[in-house]
Write a protein that binds this ligand. Structure first.
Ligand code: HEM
Length: 146
């Protein structure tokens, strides 16, 4: 079972790279919803791997996959873009992209904690900065009755 899991983990970056190839702003690749589900699943797995110092490689893999999903998601449109008046859409898209970039920055910082073996700081970043970014962004960019 471990071998299967390891093999899947090694293949995961390739799968994400393939997603990049098909992801286009016209949204005929993975949807933002798909990216968010990928972020959520890896965040859950990361929270578990951070509890075990011996699982540093798993933690690094999960944080990388989260970064990859954010990279894809930031190229897409915020879900509520067309609920905005037309003259506000550009600013709204830029705010969305900027918040995605902040998320990428938070994940890059988290990666540095994991590299340093400082899992406690990585966990604190999940509970603090990342949770705030998630909650604030969902308020701003999800459609209202979502
Ligand atoms: C970093 C932690 C994050 C996690 C774990 C997360 C997780 C999720 C999940 C699970 C959903 C699906 C919710 C549902 O349909 O019930 C979702 C939706 C969404 N998230 Fe995130 N998210 C995160 C950050 C962000 C950020 C930073 C943004 C924008 C800058 C964002 C924008 C959105 C949007 C627009 C949707 C709605 C997608 C749709 O229309 O289906 N999220 N997120």
């Amino acid at each position: 079972m471990k071998t299967l899991t390891d093999a899947a983990m090694r293949l995961a970056p390739l799968a994400v790279a393939a997603l990049f190839v098909v992801a286009t702003p016209a949204q005929d690749g993975p949807s933002l919803h798909d990216c968010m589900e990928g972020i959520k699943d890896n965040l859950k797995a990361l929270s578990q791997s951070l509890e075990d110092d011996a699982r540093q490689a798993d933690s690094l893999k999960h944080v990388s996959l989260m970064q990859s999903y954010v990279m894809i998601g930031k190229e897409l449109e915020p879900s509520n873009l067309y609920d905005m008046p037309e003259d506000q859409r550009h600013d709204h898209s830029m705010a969305y992209r900027s918040d995605m970039a902040k998320t990428l920055g938070a994940l890059a910082e988290m990666e540095q904690h994991i590299c340093a073996g400082d899992n406690a700081s990585a966990m604190a970043a999940i509970r603090g900065q990342l949770l705030t970014l998630r909650n604030d962004s969902h308020d701003k960019y999800q459609v209202e009755d979502h």
